[in-house]
Each structure stands twice: as structure tokens, then as C-alpha cells.
Unconditional design. Sequence first.
Length: 441
Amino acid sequence: MSDFLMAELIKKKRSGHQHTTAEISFIISGFTSGNVPDYQMAAWLMAVYFNGMTPHETAELTRIMLHSGRTLDFSHLPGVAVDKHSTGGVGDKTSMILAPIAAAAGARVPMIAGRGLGHTGGTLDKLEAIPGFRVDLSLDTFIKQIETLGVSIIGQTEEICPADKKIYALRDVTATVESYPLICASIMSKKIAEGIGALVLDVKFGSGAFMRTIEEADTLATKLMEIGTAHGKRVSTVLTSMEQPLGRFIGNGLEIGECVSILRNEEFLGRPPEDFADTRELSLALAGQMVWLSGVAKTEEEGLAKAKQALESGAAWTKFKEICLAQGGRLDEMTFDAQTVEVMAPESGFISALNTEQIGYAALTLGAGRLKTTDPIDYAAGIEIHKKLGERVEKGERLYTLFHSAPSAPTDLASVRLLSATKISLQKPSVPDLIARKRVN
């Protein structure tokens, strides 16, 4: 019989007290095994959300979650295995671009990715918009693909950090995402378990990020770097603005289309690849860091140069096709035949502010994500952004195009959300830099 009662541990954290290692182990192992029910875990997560955890508690939570399952090791392969993680944004689709870029440049990229969380999209959901694409490969298949192809992107299996997988899904639907210790433990346990020696972190801030200010993002970056350093990992952090969605498309299938446009240097739905310059810039910056930390390049500048060469030569596009082939994806079967609704500008002026979180929720409303864990996803659903920060718009001109395939999709509600999220002013605003800061340990 256990020495602990979950209700008492919830009360302890609710009162702001520190857990012992044994108590954290009881909570995590109990929830993972099913002995602690969702409603009690949700209450504990909310207590952590409000009262936080000490650095020692966070370190122990990370360690316990890391060892809740199997850990991988790629030290038998040349170089340093490297991955990237984003703290979440709207239209953030860089993984599908930077993974093949880094692998084409010679890095080993074992990527265990996640699903949508709150108003933000998930890499796995985007990849599953490709007919047949499998993100549920066994770990043995995953390892073999890293050895032969240099890259694989899968979801968490029951073997890798099963505690994080279960907690992650519950955080998504209980409004407990924006918590430093929960974010740190989730990210670092999963990444360390996948056998990497280096990690590039895209820590976002702004209206569409979980960290609203650059100071909050910097604090999170510091905490993540501390955990990585303690585990002997090279960690690079890139602080990026999420004051507007990344790229022009939001939604799983649409974002894959934007990625293919960049990888192939061709149009997508009438838009030239130049329209996706911000997505391309950030993907290259992160891929360059990965190439550098992997040991393929000796300097950050050389890493970026090798990343650009892999993209511009077509090698990254070839690698992406190889990933799809290896994981069952049939790119040639993708279609974009959704129903559309236009959202027009109510006045003339410049786009001066975007509530990116609300834009993300508008996409969820259309079916591009989950409002609860059991919700299906409409892979055709999403939003095209016609006007971004600083751009001129005329009254009656298109601001957004809504995409959906469900006849009952609440397009009116999504339209209202989008209009309320968009501020139009007479004065042209200054547009924040996409990349604000970079650090490496």
C-alpha cells in the first residue's frame, strides 16, 4: 500500500509546498499506470500551474519522466545526433523543412515530435495530412531509419517518455500549458530520451506564443539550457517573435503545401515561394544551428551556408521525399479541394497588430485542431493570411481565406474571431524582427 494519498499531494502543491522526489515519482508513475485518474492529475497540474516548482523539483520531474520509458543512444553513428524543438506557435511548420535540410547536409536527426497543444499546431498532425504518412513507427524501425536515411520524424511511442505523452494530452485540454516546470520537463525529458547529443530550441514570444514577452521567453530558454547542460547536451536557443503567424497558411494540409513550396521553390495555391520568406528564413537559421552543433560544420556561419546549399541544390527536397517514402507518405495524393470563405477588410489602412492566439483558435474552430482530446481533425481546414503586419489593405480587400471540408464548419464564428484579432490603423507600424536573440551553452 502506498504511503501517499493523491488528494494530500494535490493539497500540498496547492498550498505552495515542495514535493519530495518520492512524491513526484508516485504522482508520475501513478498517472502513467492509470492508478491516478485524470481528474486528480488535472487538479495537480493546475496547482503546479499556479504555484510552480523549485529548480530541484523540475529537475527531478524531468528525470522521472525521462526514465518512465526507454532511452535511445546514437553514439555509434558518426557525428552528434541533433534535434530541434519549438515551444509552439501558429503556422509554425519549420520541422518539415529543417529536418530534411539538416539531414541532407549530413546531420543525424532523430525527431520525436508532438501534436497540437492549445491554439498551436503540431508536427505530427501536419505530417498526417499527407495520405499514408506513418508517425507511429516502432523504435527499432525509427533507429534503423536514422542509421540508413539520417532522419526520421515520429510521435512518442509507449516506450519513450510514456509519462510525458499522457501528461501532454491532459495539459492541452486543461489550460495548464503555460507553466515553466511542466514545459521544461516535457521538452527535455522527451528530447534527452531520443538519444541526441545536441538540441536547437526555438523559444517563441508574443501574442501567439505561450511566453508573451521576450523576458519570459529568455527565462524559459535559460531553464531549458540549464537542464540540457546538466545532462551533457549542447543546447542552442533562438528567441523568435510570434506577434504574427509564421508564413501565409495555418492548418495541417495547407502548411505541408507551404513547406513543399519552399523545398521545391515553386508556387502553392497561386503564391510564389517568396511569399513564405519568413518561414524560409527561420527554417534555414534553425537548420544552420543544427548542422553546426552536429559537428558537420565547424562554425555557425558554415552551418548556415551548408543548410542553404542543401535547400537550394534540391537535396533537401529529395531527402523530404525519401522521408515520406520510408514512412508511407504519398505526397502525390495530396489535394486542396476544400470549401472556402473570404473575410474582407472592414476599413482601409495598415495591419498594425494581430492577436495571433485568436487566429490560432479561429483555425481550431474550423476543424484544424482539437478542442478536446477525442476530436477528429479536418486536414483540409485552415486559414490563408493575405495581409500581415505592416502591409496595406483597402476596405473590401481580402484579409483571410477560410478553408474547410465540413458542411457544418462554423465559418461565421471563425470570421468574427479573425476580424476581432486584426487591428487596422492609419499609420504604418514597425514590424518586429523575426529572430530576436541567439545563445548557445
